[in-house]
Design a protein around this ligand. Structure first.
Ligand code: NDP
Ligand code: GDP
Length: 377
């Protein structure tokens, strides 16, 4: 009797809708997104609103503007009665996570919030672990604290960075992990805590092991967006030279809009499972650069370590791209190439946008945005 008296209020905390059957609860279609202000969060919000969801996002308090990617959605809310709500919170703050989960009573949670930059994770390793690893645990525990573990479906933003020093190519769901950065190691914890809670508490929780995905909304310090912004600025005469690190690294790059649809699909299956989302193609950073400058008809002269002499060909009208060791990482992931066969077979998921279309869309958006002084992020 004593233990029931102690446990009962804790177990029921925040489960305001316990009178609803599971079917009635889930039919409400209420999504909670961490990382809603990020690239994927913004596309996912648009996608879920179109599907009739009520969408709640967690944003961080910031002294500068951090809602640029979702501003257009939020503005429309007043005019069209869009069901989109924002809550201040942080993945390092358990109390706020419990409050938000309790208040929102979500049917689906998408955990996209993260310190998502690999290079920065070497400089901020503890913080990256706190947010990307323990943040995932905190959110899963918030669901349990609210007594919602049987009702909420949980998506975890896992990553191809888990493969790191790859054990086989292409990489699929069964390929062993060998992360190569504090980011990858933190995400490895996130991956396993999701598997563990699924097995321990029978939660519907999935890992999407997503290979790199880009868009005009990609953060400016990721290599694709850094390149396409440079193409725009060089085209408009605002920049002269582009500085990069390891141009031989190979990535499997897709379009973010295709990938967020796959996230949603993972939460609509009969059983929770982990899925790789990838294009099945890999390209070097060097070829991304060449393709991107090709959109504006420019050729490259490579300068710096291991490539041409500085200044060689400089007069020929070619664009200068210079290797700067500052952008090298202490440990590098040289090759990523995903096998999306399981996602295709079980969910019917396939990427729609190919490499050329992705590069072109990003370059065109950056040129148009630069002209209007209106670029995301
Ligand atoms: P972004 O970097 O664009 O967005 C990250 C989001 O997380 C932002 O909204 C950011 O808020 C938020 N965030 C950062 N720290 C915290 C914190 N302490 N508490 C709460 N929120 C926080 O990433 P993407 O949209 O590209 O990626 C989404 C997720 O998918 C991330 O977890 C990423 O690691 C993962 N992923 C991404 C891949 C990709 O290629 N894009 C590939 C595989 C996985 P703010 O805007 O305030 O900074
Ligand atoms: P990541 O795959 O999550 O690390 O995504 P990034 O876009 O940050 O990096 C992709 C690859 O590009 C990595 O192998 C980087 O080492 C390489 N790269 C080369 N130059 C740069 C650069 O200037 N910035 C970034 N971010 N990456 C670079």
């Amino acid at each position: 009797i004593m233990s029931e008296a102690v446990l009962a209020p804790v177990k029921l905390l925040g489960n305001h809708m316990s009178h609803l059957s599971l079917e009635e609860y889930r039919a409400r279609k209420v999504a909670l997104i961490t990382g809603v202000t990020g690239q994927d969060g913004s596309y996912l919000t648009e996608f879920l609103l179109d599907k009739g969801y009520e969408v709640h996002g967690i944003i961080r308090r910031s002294s500068s503007f951090n809602t640029g990617r979702i501003e257009h959605i939020y503005k429309d809310r007043h005019d069209q009665g869009v069901k989109f709500f924002l809550h201040h919170g942080d993945l390092t703050d358990s109390t706020c996570l419990v409050h938000i989960v309790s208040q929102v009573q979500p049917t689906e949670i998408y955990n996209l919030g993260a310190q998502s930059h690999v290079k920065v994770s070497f400089d901020m390793s503890e913080y990256t672990g706190d947010v990307d690893a323990l943040g995932t645990l905190r959110l899963l525990d918030a669901i349990r604290t609210c007594g919602l573990q049987d009702r909420v479906r949980f998506y975890q933003a896992s990553t191809s960075e888990l493969y790191g020093k790859v054990a086989e190519t292409p990489q699929k769901e069964t390929t062993p992990f060998y992360p190569r950065s504090p980011y990858g190691v933190a995400k490895l914890y996130g991956y396993w805590i999701v598997v563990n809670y699924r097995e321990s508490y029978d939660m519907y929780a999935c890992n999407g092991i997503l290979f790199n995905h880009e868009s005009p909304r990609r953060g400016r310090t990721f290599v694709t967006r850094k390149i396409t912004r440079a193409v725009a600025d060089i085209h408009l005469g605002r920049q002269e030279c582009l500085y990069l690190g390891n141009i031989d690294a190979k990535r499997d790059w897709g379009h973010a809009r295709d990938y967020i649809e796959g996230m949603w699909m993972m939460l609509q299956q009969d059983q929770p499972e982990d899925f790789v989302l990838a294009t099945g193609e890999t390209h070097t950073v060097r070829s991304f650069v060449e393709k991107a400058f090709g959109v504006t008809g420019r050729k490259i002269v490579w300068e710096g370590e291991g490539v041409n002499e500085v200044g060689k060909d400089a007069e020929s009208g070619k664009v200068r791209v210079r290797i700067d060791p500052k952008y090298f990482r202490p440990a590098e992931v040289e090759l990523l190439l995903g096998d999306p066969a399981k996602a295709k077979e079980k969910m019917g998921w396939e990427r729609k946008v190919n490499f050329d279309e992705l590069v072109t869309e990003m370059v065109v958006a950056d040129i148009e945005g630069s002209l209007k002084n209106d670029t995301y992020n």
